[in-house]
Write a new protein. Structure first.
Length: 456
């Protein structure tokens, strides 16, 4: 088996390598190709990866390459974790939002739109190369914004097996298991539990939890409420708390994001736990106020973390991921990626929260929408499972954001400024109507070198 990682110079890569080492008994991995356009990062991260594998007894070979075609040729699986424009582009996205009084986060709001316009054409090029060089290979996309990229693959990469992957679902699952153990004293292995979560990537609501097929949400949800009620209400500046994890991986180190900080009334009204990124919609003024404290923005904080990590990775004696990697975020990333590959290769049919086509799982929504929901993973791919529809306010928000997503995909593929303006009009976190054109020009000029389709 050959597995290729596009963006192999990422500081996340050592965690992924650890996951493949742990699964060496069930995955017949022969070659792990790490491909990156940044030769120096690839040298540092790839060298560390090679030392890790050697220290584990060399169960597979790690190949470093700057040649995408060579890396893709003959691959069984491709993991995409690229960032077009690297971290400086993410910083530009954040400050683009700040100077217009809008949310600049890398996946949510106008920052996420800029990221999507840069990323979608590149991932679609990779998909075209895969159809030619690695027919039948499964693409696991982690590149943000993951849901928008998955939507573009579903519509513009016909026949390509893909799954959009995000660590929020598995992070929530592991956090719920921890709460369950505290509540009952029972330690439950993750494979015995299933999370019921539905929505779009970074726009999901967790609304059920089963252990050995039994619904334990009636016992679990009150425990989450009690944890919240024991803390100050949202916006009061509480630190720590349970919901940072259960809401889905608040960005580590982000100012004002130390806790989930959901107020009890919101949780009781919903009867569900929103993932962390819904704070940008539910508590927009608070998130805008946090931006006003920059620098450092989250991108700037991550850039500092990555400098330290790369210095650690350069140590020839280091053969295991250092604890400092947890500052980068992405908890359970390698567990999810390698689990999905394992279940696909070995035809296990286990259930994961991933981004795939609806295909009738939620009959009230179009079958061709990409949703984030439970899916069974086996040799046929990742297949969405029947899901109880969202109702009321969450359903309305999903419809509005999906309209934005579809327009953004169209704009990215065609370089269509009108579609981009309409996407901004559709987005709940977009600019006011009379400011859309000026904002879009700023976005396009800021990203001009990465958006040739808009300047043809």
């Amino acid at each position: 088996m050959k597995i290729t990682v596009i963006g192999g110079g990422s500081t996340y890569t050592p965690e992924l390598v650890s996951g493949f080492i742990r699964r060496r008994a069930s995955l017949p991995l022969g070659e792990l190709w790490l491909m990156d356009i940044d030769a120096e990062r690839l040298r540092v991260v790839g060298g560390f990866a090679q030392r890790m594998v050697a220290a584990a007894g060399s169960p597979f070979k790690v190949v470093l390459s700057g040649d995408r075609a060579a890396a893709l040729e003959g691959a069984s699986y491709v993991v995409s974790q690229l960032r077009v424009g690297k971290m400086p582009a993410r910083r530009e996205d954040e400050y683009l939002g700040l100077r217009h009084g809008l949310i600049g986060q890398e996946t949510t709001g106008v920052g996420g739109m800029a990221n999507a316009l840069r990323t979608i054409p590149v991932v679609l090029d990779i998909a075209a190369d895969m159809r030619r060089l690695a027919p039948g290979a499964l693409l696991l996309n982690f590149a943000n914004p993951s849901g928008l990229v998955a939507e573009s693959l579903a519509r513009h990469a016909p026949g390509l097996p893909f799954v959009g992957v995000c660590n929020i679902g598995i992070t929530a699952k592991m956090s719920f298991l921890s709460i369950w153990e505290e509540l009952t004293g029972e330690k439950v292995e993750p494979d015995r539990a299933e999370l019921d979560s539905l929505g779009l990537n970074h726009l999901t609501w967790h609304r059920g939890f089963r252990i050995d097929g039994k619904d334990v949400w009636p016992q679990l949800f009150p425990a989450i409420l009690e944890r919240e009620s024991a803390r100050p209400a949202a916006g009061a500046g509480a630190a720590g708390g349970a919901t940072q994890a259960v809401a889905g991986a608040a960005p580590a180190g982000a100012k004002g994001a130390a806790g989930g900080e959901w107020d009890r009334d919101t949780l009781e009204t919903l009867g569900m736990v929103p993932n962390y990124y819904l704070q940008y919609y539910y508590y927009t003024s608070r998130k805008l106020a946090e931006q006003s404290s920059w620098p450092p923005s989250r991108a700037e904080a991550v850039m500092a973390i990555e400098r330290d990590l790369l210095a650690l990775y350069s140590d020839p004696k280091l053969v295991e991921p250092p604890p400092e990697l947890m500052k980068r975020g992405g908890a359970w990333y390698s567990e999810l990626a390698t689990h999905v590959i394992d279940d696909h290769w070995n035809d296990r049919g286990r259930v994961h929260i991933v981004n795939v086509r609806n295909d009738g799982a939620v009959p009230s929504w179009p079958a061709d929408w990409v949703l984030e929901l439970p899916a069974a993973v086996d040799r046929r791919g990742a297949r969405s499972l029947p899901a109880r529809p969202l109702e009321g306010a969450p359903a309305g928000l999903v419809a509005q954001v999906k309209a934005y997503e579809l327009l953004t995909v169209d704009a990215a593929v065609k370089g269509d400024r009108r579609a981009a303006r309409e996407a901004l009009l559709a987005h709940p976190l977009g600019p006011e109507a009379d400011k859309v054109s000026a904002f879009l020009e700023d976005l396009l000029e800021t990203n001009r070198k990465h958006l040739p389709r808009f300047f043809a």
